[in-house]
Design a protein around this ligand. Structure first.
Ligand SMILES: NC(=O)C1=CN([C@@H]2O[C@H](COP(=O)(O)OP(=O)(O)OC[C@H]3O[C@@H](n4cnc5c(N)ncnc54)[C@H](OP(=O)(O)O)[C@@H]3O)[C@@H](O)[C@H]2O)C=CC1
Ligand SMILES: N[C@@H](CC(=O)OP(=O)(O)O)C(=O)O
Length: 368
């Protein structure tokens, strides 16, 4: 097993550093054992200003001292060429071109944006689920003629919460036949300034543009495999996913109500698990990031709660410093087999936390 104790410092750039996800990156990286914040990028509106003046800081703790005076740059690869790795929290309207320009300059990019998630040679990695998808990187490098660069994307924040318990159950009982999910998503998911207060206070908005389609598709890539000797992905083909997404007046933490129908043919002895077996499977789940002892890996990738009224965003979003998915209320479903409720911290595991943990796994795998 690789040791993280003697990793030399690695210089890190953050693109979109002033935004909601960018601010999370700053917090997660400012005390990291080997990633050192070296360069920050944002739009021309912010470039040239010290970070403390450029960012509209919305976190509950102050801007870390070592970052406050870093002068924000424009997001051009030549400004970041001495970085070992770049994390991107860029607005999707600009992420496509900017991230590609970095990739072409042989820089390793960990992106939160949706632009390259569907690319057939770009892995869509949730760090506590499918780090085996790094196996495509050799092919991606060959395709783009790169020596050390690559691009890895994170999933949508709601997808991220959903796939963690699904993966635990899939490992034991095979791919589910059907998944129905209804989300209650926090306003930080919409960035800053995001949803107007008059739209969200005293209200619920039953529409988040493009979100349902993303959830329904991303699950199939993440829970699928790398195929054809590392040169393509094979998507799950027999699982149907139906998502309904809602914006609710919560600051951080996406809550999701999930119903699942198992495929009896792939369950051991053709028997669907009992509720107790589902709880045990969720509690026992472990992943590569944990076995590698990655510094940001949660001790429990899934925190199981047995309390009748949990998980709740305010009470459970900080479980495992935001890197776990909390699951509770497993109960029978009159239409599918079971239903349960989950909570994911949308800007930690659902965004910046995924990228940081993905990058730690990449270091352990010798990719960075
Ligand atoms: N919030 C969340 O929970 C999640 C977000 N994501 C994705 O992460 C990305 C960032 O989201 P979020 O932080 O919420 O968004 P924000 O709107 O809060 O931040 C956007 C960032 O992009 C920068 N930016 C905008 N235009 C340009 C430009 N032309 N050139 C360079 N930089 C630019 C902004 O800089 P400036 O301040 O100078 O304008 C800012 O730093 C998005 O792609 C989003 O879809 C993914 C999962 C979860
Ligand atoms: N749409 C998500 C956040 C987000 O930006 O997702 P994506 O990266 O898939 O566009 C939310 O509103 O909570």
């Amino acid at each position: 097993m690789p040791s993280f104790e003697n990793i030399p410092p690695k210089k890190v750039g953050i693109l979109g550093a002033t935004g909601t996800v960018g601010q999370r990156f700053i917090l997660l990286l400012s005390k990291h054992p080997f990633f050192v914040v070296h360069a920050l990028g944002a739009s021309a509106r912010s470039a040239g200003k010290p970070y403390a003046l450029a960012a509209k800081w919305k976190q509950a703790v102050p801007i870390p001292q070592n970052v406050q005076n870093i002068v924000v740059k424009e997001c051009k690869s030549k400004e970041f060429e001495d970085c070992d790795v770049v994390f991107s929290g860029l607005d999707a309207d600009v992420a496509g071109d900017i991230e590609m320009e970095f990739l072409k300059h042989d820089i390793a990019v960990f992106s939160n944006a949706k632009n390259y998630r569907r690319d057939p040679i770009v892995p869509l990695i949730v760090p506590t689920v499918n780090t085996s998808h790094y196996d495509i990187i050799a092919h991606q490098r060959q395709h783009h003629n790169l020596r050390k660069g690559f691009i890895v994307t994170n999933a949508n924040c709601s997808t991220t919460g959903l796939v963690v318990p699904l993966k635990a159950l899939q490992d034991k009982y095979g791919p589910a036949e059907a998944i129905m999910v209804t989300t209650m998503q926090a306003i930080s998911g919409a960035g800053y300034p995001g949803v107007p207060s008059l739209d969200i206070l005293d209200n619920v908005v039953p529409h988040i543009g493009g979100e349902e389609e993303k959830m329904e598709w991303e699950v199939l890539k993440i829970l699928g495999d790398v195929a054809h000797e590392g040169s393509a992905f094979s998507l799950l083909s027999n699982t149907k996913v139906s998502a309904s997404c809602n914006r609710v007046p919560v600051i951080d933490g996406h809550l999701e109500s999930v119903s699942i129908k198992f495929n009896k043919d792939t369950c051991p002895n053709n028997r669907i698990p009992s509720i107790e077996e589902v709880y045990e499977t969720l509690s026992a789940y472990t992943c590569e990031a944990q076995s590698l002892n990655c510094p940001s890996a949660p001790e429990n990738a899934i925190v199981v709660t047995r309390e009748a009224d949990r998980p709740q965003p305010r009470l459970d979003r900080e479980n495992e410093k935001g890197q776990a998915v909390t699951v509770g209320r497993v109960r029978p479903c009159n239409i599918f087999d079971y239903k349960f409720t989950l909570l994911v911290h949308n800007t930690v595991l659902g965004a910046a936390g995924s990228s940081v943990l993905n990058a730690e796994v990449a270091v352990a795998r010798g990719l960075l």
